[in-house]
Design a protein around this ligand. Structure first.
Ligand code: ZN
Length: 60
């Protein structure tokens, strides 16, 4: 799961990640238009990188 600062929580289950993101967004004092927390599948090789845009993996 990611916010402006990058990876904040790593969980194994996508459902758990989505629930956690929703919970944290509800706690935001000033959520604004964009949710502060989002979740993405993580790279299988690099836990702190989103799977689809991993900066560590070679990009084709
Ligand atoms: Zn990677």
């Amino acid at each position: 799961m990611f916010n402006d600062e990058g990876c904040v929580v790593a969980v194994d289950c996508a459902v758990q990640a989505a629930n956690e993101a929703a919970r944290l967004n509800e706690q935001e004092d000033d959520p604004g238009d964009e949710p502060s927390y989002t979740w993405l599948p993580l790279c299988v090789d690099h836990e702190e990188q989103p799977g689809d845009t991993c900066e560590e993996c070679p990009q084709d």
